[in-house]
Structures are given as C-alpha cells and as structure tokens.
Design a protein around this ligand. Structure first.
Ligand code: NAP
Length: 294
C-alpha cells in the first residue's frame, strides 16, 4: 500500500484523511493550525511539522486548502510541497482553485519528476464523512489510474476529465450550478412571498413538477429552520464565483448569472456571514427584499 501525506485538515480534508486512515493507509498529516491534527493522531496518523516533511515520506500527497493564497504558501513556500517533490511521487491538489493555478502547480511539480493531478470534489461535509464525494481529476491517465484506488476511498464516483486544469474547470462549472440554484430558489420564493404566498405551499406545488432539484429541499429546510451552520463556507462560495467569472471572461463564456451570484455573495461576506453556510446567501436576498421567507 502506498504511503500517503494529507495536508489541510479543514471540513473536507480532515474527513478525507480520516477515511484514508480507516481504509488502512499509513497517512502523515499536516495542518497550518496544528490543533486540527489531534483527532487524526488519535486514529494513528503521524503529524508532520511542515508540508515538506510529510511529502518526503509519502508516495502520494493529497491536499485540500482554501484558496490560491494557501496554495502559494503550502506548495510554493519555504518547506512547501515543491521543496520535497521528486520522481516517483504523485501530488494531488483537491482544492477548488483556478485552472490556471492547477496548470502552474503541474508545471512546477512535474519539472521535479513528480506527477501532478488536480482533483477537486463535488459534495459537502456529509459526503466527505461518508467517503462518497464526486472527484473530478485533471492530469495524465497513468497518474490518475495509479491513484484511482485512493480517490475511490474518499469518493464514490471518480472522473478523469482531461489534462491538467480539467478537474478544476469541471468543479467550477458544477459550483456555478450549485450557487445558481440557491440564488434561483431564493429569488423565486421571495417573489412569491412578497406577493403573499407561503413557502410551504409553493414547495408542495413545485415538488410535483420537473422544476425542483434536490438542493431546493435543503433551501426550503434552511428558510424554515434558519440554521446556517457551516458545511460549505459562504466565503469559499464567494471565492468560487470570483473564479467562475474570471474563467468565463478568459474563455469567452457568458456569465450573467455568475456575476449576479457573485454580487449576492459579496454582499453576504460584507454582512459578516462568510463563515456561515453558503445557503446564507438567502439572507442577503431577504435583506434586499426587506422580508424574511415564511
Ligand atoms: P476549511 O474548512 O475552511 O479548511 C481550509 C483549510 O485550508 C484548512 O486546513 C486551513 O488551515 C487551510 N488554509 C487556509 N489558508 C491557509 C494558508 N494560507 N496556509 C496554509 N493553510 C491554509 O475549508 P473546506 O470546506 O475544507 O474547503 C477546502 C477546499 O475545498 C476549498 O477550496 C473549498 O472551496 C473546497 N470545497 C469545499 C466543500 C465544502 O462543502 N466544504 C465542498 C467542495 C469543495 P487552518 O486550519 O490553519 O485554517
């Protein structure tokens, strides 16, 4: 069995690392804030004092970090991943970042002889806990097939989407659908609510039509419970809509909806809701409508 390193033990990385340990892999972990390593140490993980230390002892290195700044520090910084990358190792970035960042990592890492895959995930905390995330990878077929059994521990379906950057491109397109559905639900329900209709009655009617995707159940529940406890931090959804609109401009794709959602999420971050769940974008639209859904 390959020796693994897992760097970045947040909501997603912590659960993925735990599942790999439970599957019998020897895993060395590292996190910027060392306290997050505690629960994994109890499950037999070794704890590294730097990313490079973890990379040195690993055949396959996985990481799931917030954003480009984190990649800059953990991959390209002093005692970062790059400092210890070499032939024979496969480095897998599971963060949601710009595809150009994935390609930048690929060039730098593959120049050392190591192989690189971008392999972000769709699905949130529950799927990360259950090991049923959808993994979308970019890079060589050979590297993908070598790490497939590892990705299948953290993921249910795993997809090889193409060359470097194809995984992060697919992930961003998926997140446009996710955040668009949340915004669409909020706008449609506020239209009905401002006109005197009830969310319950609207939901009951719409469930009988093809207009009701699964996310609308979560949004309905959230509108009623007012529980914005975090699974997918809103600040990360905002980061993603920035990446989506940047990428759209670069490739010449339309992004009217992406731009509208970005403005909603920016407003929500400015309200101080960045550490709540992404569904708190509803609160921003309620604020604009001067009405809470009921
Ligand atoms: P999270 O809970 O906020 O964890 C972020 C991780 O990145 C933590 O380990 C954090 O370390 C680390 N980090 C942040 N800035 C850093 C820096 N400058 N240097 C070193 N480490 C740094 O986030 P998450 O929800 O697990 O998400 C991680 C990635 O997966 C993001 O790209 C997100 O968009 C994506 N994603 C999330 C979900 C979801 O539902 N949560 C689903 C799909 C994809 P500290 O503990 O020290 O802060």
């Amino acid at each position: 069995m390959q020796k693994l390193a897992y760097l970045g033990l947040g909501i997603m990385g912590g659960n993925m690392a735990a599942n790999l340990i439970q599957a019998g892999y020897e895993v060395m972990v590292w996190n910027r804030t060392a306290a997050a390593c505690g629960p994994l140490k109890e499950q037999s993980a070794e704890v590294a004092t730097s990313p490079a230390e973890a990379v040195r002892q690993a055949d396959v290195v996985l990481y799931c970090l917030s954003n480009e700044e984190a990649i800059e520090e953990v991959v390209f910084g002093d005692e970062g991943v790059l400092a210890a990358a070499k032939a024979g190792k496969i480095i897998v970035d599971m963060s949601t970042v710009h595809p150009a960042t994935s390609r930048h990592e690929a060039v730098a890492i593959e120049a050392t002889g190591a192989k690189f895959l971008d392999a972000p995930v769709l699905g949130s905390r529950d799927k990360a806990e259950a090991g049923t995330l959808t993994v979308v990878a970019g890079g060589s077929t050979e590297a993908f097939e070598t790490v497939r059994p590892i990705l299948e521990v953290v993921g249910g379906p795993v997809f090889h989407m193409g060359d470097h950057g194809a995984g992060t491109t697919a992930k961003l397109a998926g997140n446009l659908l996710l955040t668009a559905e949340a915004q669409l639900f909020s706008e449609a329900m506020l239209l009905a609510s401002k006109s005197g209709l009830k969310v319950d009655a609207m939901a009951e009617m719409l469930r009988t039509t093809p207009l009701w995707p699964p996310l609308f159940e979560l949004m309905t529940k959230t509108a009623q419970s007012r529980d914005f406890g975090v699974n997918f931090p809103l600040k990360h959804a905002y980061k993603d809509t920035n990446l989506i609109t940047e990428l759209a401009a670069e490739v010449g794709a339309p992004s009217a909806i992406g731009s509208a959602i970005r403005e909603t999420l920016k407003g929500a971050v400015n309200q101080g809701w960045g550490d709540e769940n992404f569904t708190a974008l509803l609160k921003m639209l309620e604020l604009q409508a001067s009405q809470k859904l009921s």
